[in-house]
Design a protein around this ligand. Structure first.
Ligand code: UDP
Ligand code: MG
Length: 329
């Protein structure tokens, strides 16, 4: 087997505080991989700037001049982690045999990257990085995450527990992933749907190197909700079930009320009336809300809007330059 061209894709949003260290450490890993003959010399680090407002892109550009591994992709605006990642993957896929995605803050242990590549050599198409301990996450984040995975499993969504977006994918797996054209991206739900052989590699998740999390609670909840409604119709079925249950109960209560009426025990009945109005009203609102969520998704999907716009693509221009050099030789 020829040595594979590996591209490590790193989405970055306002990461000036960590970027230099990240580049340094990833470069070292790259050098090791090449020394050990695990990957081709043409392997790259692709930094995707997700519309950062700080110095992130300038830092990537200046690094491109000095460091032959580093290349960059600047998105025209902030499209969020998942979209930035797919932009990087789509770009990298054209010139890579395998691609690894990793966050810019180095919370994931880059020392397992060689193991990822070894698995690739063994013929595995998807290698999931899985967190062994979540000790560095807050108690709250750890438990909500655990609850989330359990819940998702219950409603029939296949996820790899404690796996975020730190993974290796072979070209053919990535080709398949890129066929999913949906706008509501939840990559960790999509990847297990692809199939192919996969493996897990365990590591300890660390603290963020520097800077702040770009995933505050609000974004985290939105992401979890998105994942849920993008993959499963169970929530909507649950509402239907509740509806049936409510109808059944009201029939029983209605029967009881008629009997009371016939026996002449009727009271003014205000309490039960008010309770049922509120109960049924609430139920309807909940149902409408969830149905609305799905309709909103359909609305966004049918428009088939592009998921991102690329402003500068240094990756392709660098590769083209290489090709030109080869032709001229
Ligand atoms: N990120 C991004 N676009 C965004 C938000 C985040 O590209 O709109 C990147 C960010 O730079 C980082 C990764 O996504 O590389 C994960 O973000 P973060 O570490 O803040 O999330 P957390 O680890 O706290 O969940
Ligand atoms: Mg992080």
């Amino acid at each position: 087997m020829n040595k594979p061209i590996l591209t490590i894709v790193v989405p970055c949003y306002n990461e000036e505080a960590v970027l230099n260290e990240t580049i340094l450490q990833l470069t070292k890993i790259m050098e090791h991989l090449i020394e050990d003959s695990l990957v081709s010399k043409n392997s790259k680090l692709l930094f995707v700037d997700d519309g950062s407002k700080d110095q992130t892109w300038n830092m990537i550009e200046s690094e491109c001049e000095k460091n032959s591994f580093v290349t960059g992709l600047k998105l025209a605006g902030n499209v969020g982690h998942q979209n930035a990642l797919i932009a990087g993957l789509e770009t990298a896929n054209q010139y890579s045999d395998c691609v690894i995605s990793i966050d810019a803050d180095l919370q994931d242990d880059i020392n397992v990257i060689p193991t990822f590549v070894e698995k690739y050599w063994e013929g595995i198409d998807i290698v999931y990085g899985v967190r062994d301990s979540r000790e560095t996450d807050t108690f709250f984040k750890r438990n909500t995450a655990l609850f989330f995975y359990r819940f998702m499993e219950r409603i029939g969504i296949k996820l790899v527990p404690n796996h975020a977006d730190f993974r290796l994918m072979s070209k053919r797996a990535l080709d398949e992933l890129l066929k999913y054209k949906e706008t509501n991206l939840f990559l960790r739900g999509l990847v297990p749907l692809i199939g192919f052989t996969s493996a897990k590699v365990y590591y300890d998740r660390k603290e963020r190197l520097a800077g702040e999390s770009k995933y505050p609670l609000k974004k985290m909840l939105a992401f979890a909700f998105d994942g849920m409604t993008s993959f499963s119709v169970t929530p909507i079925r649950f509402v239907t079930f509740l509806g049936f249950l409510a109808v059944l109960i009201s029939a029983l209560v209605g029967g009881y009320a008629i009997v009371q009426e016939i026996l002449g025990h009727t009271e003014s009945g205000w309490t039960s009336l008010v309770i049922s109005i509120w109960f049924v009203g609430g139920l309807q609102l909940m149902g409408i809300g969830i149905i609305g969520e799905y309709i909103g998704k359909i609305y966004r999907e049918v428009k088939q809007r592009p998921r991102y716009a690329i402003e500068v693509d240094r990756f392709i221009s660098q590769v083209k330059e290489k090709e030109r050099e080869l032709v001229l030789k």
